[in-house]
Design a protein around this ligand. Structure first.
Ligand SMILES: [Zn+2]
Length: 340
């Protein structure tokens, strides 16, 4: 596999062939920078029309028939393993109070640099998720605390690649849970692609001010005030090519009301299926398949796993799970290089 460095002057060779940046990206900038500052006021339709994004602009984009995929490490969530794999801890008559297992799971997003328009898959948590005035309800903060500082958040990760929010053409949201859709509001000129059932389900919780779900009312409220460019994928919509080499997979209901995956062709391997929470971990994938602790539609979850298996087998593609600790540790992150 060919690995290419980001900045020629900043790399050193390693025995394994991977080039690594010598400099550490400073954990500053995006909160103050004009590109990544949180939008202050909703844009009017006239303002949006007047400002046409240039998808090819910026340091990383180029004219080429290939794509590059950068894996973004967006920190971790700390939680009870039963949420990941149902019944991981089971009490018995002999052992009525077994200790629970708390684990740290990776949060990720994927930036695909493409000559026909850059694509982002998922956005991680909102940088202001926590604290007394945080976006997330206190109960959510206690059950799923985020481990990682500002340097792990999406704006900082993309800024380190020299990418601003207006350089992303398509933002594909696997679903709208707070650890995947937290940074939606930054992408005011992008097409935000989400499953229609997911969008409607999330906004039902918003309308009811239901704070006991992974849909954060504060995030949804912010989105509703902005003039965002949503593209809803209906329940019956077929899979479709987003840009050459990047295919949108309509998984339907399962983990959440409506899940979207991405099938990414890479020159250096048979391809990668990005499935997010349609399958949290290799343990859920099996075989045998193990259901997660959080699931809207358990039958849909099982159907989706079978579908993923079929697509992966046909292409010989790898499946990259949503929150698998060991697999994510083995994947090259944007700070070390990219896949193409
Ligand atoms: Zn989820």
């Amino acid at each position: 596999m060919k690995i290419i460095e980001f900045d020629k002057e900043e790399v050193t060779g390693r025995s394994d062939g991977i080039k690594i940046r010598e400099s550490v990206v400073p954990a500053v900038g995006w909160r103050e920078s004009s590109q990544w500052a949180a939008p202050a006021a909703p844009a009017t339709p006239a303002e949006r029309r007047a400002s046409t994004p240039n998808w090819r602009a910026g340091r990383v984009a180029r004219a080429s028939d290939s794509l590059r995929m950068h894996v973004l490490d967006l920190g971790k969530l700390r939680l009870d393993k039963n949420f990941m794999v149902a019944n991981s801890t089971v009490a018995t008559a002999r052992n009525p109070n077994p200790p629970g297992q708390v684990i740290d799971i990776p949060v990720s997003a994927y930036f695909i640099e493409h000559p026909d328009g850059n694509v982002l898959y998922d956005t991680g948590c909102h940088p202001d998720w926590g604290g007394p005035n945080g976006r997330w309800p206190q109960q959510t903060q206690e059950i799923f605390p985020v481990i990682g500082g500002d340097e792990c958040m999406l704006p900082a990760r993309l800024e380190a690649l020299g990418v601003g929010p207006d350089q992303i053409r398509h933002v594909v949201l696997s679903h709208l849970h707070c650890d995947h859709a937290g940074c939606v509001e930054y992408f005011r000129k992008s097409q935000l692609i989400v499953h229609e059932d997911e969008f409607l389900g999330a906004y039902r919780h918003f309308a009811l001010r239901d704070h006991n779900t992974p849909y954060v009312v504060g995030d949804l409220e912010r989105w509703s005030r902005l003039n965002l460019n949503w593209r809803l994928v209906s329940r019956d919509a077929p899979d479709q090519n987003l840009v050459p080499g990047v295919r949108l997979l309509n998984f339907g209901s399962g983990h959440a009301y409506g899940m979207l995956g991405l099938d990414v062709d890479l020159r250096s391997r048979n391809g990668v299926l990005l499935v997010a929470d349609a399958c949290y971990t290799a343990e859920n994938y099996g075989p045998p398949m193990k259901p997660p602790g959080i699931s809207f539609d358990s039958v849909g979850f099982a159907r989706t796993i079978e579908r993923i298996r079929g697509i992966a087998a046909n292409k010989g593609a790898d499946v990259w799970f949503g929150h698998d600790v060991e697999q994510f540790a083995s994947i090259r992150k944007s700070t070390d290089g990219y896949y193409e």
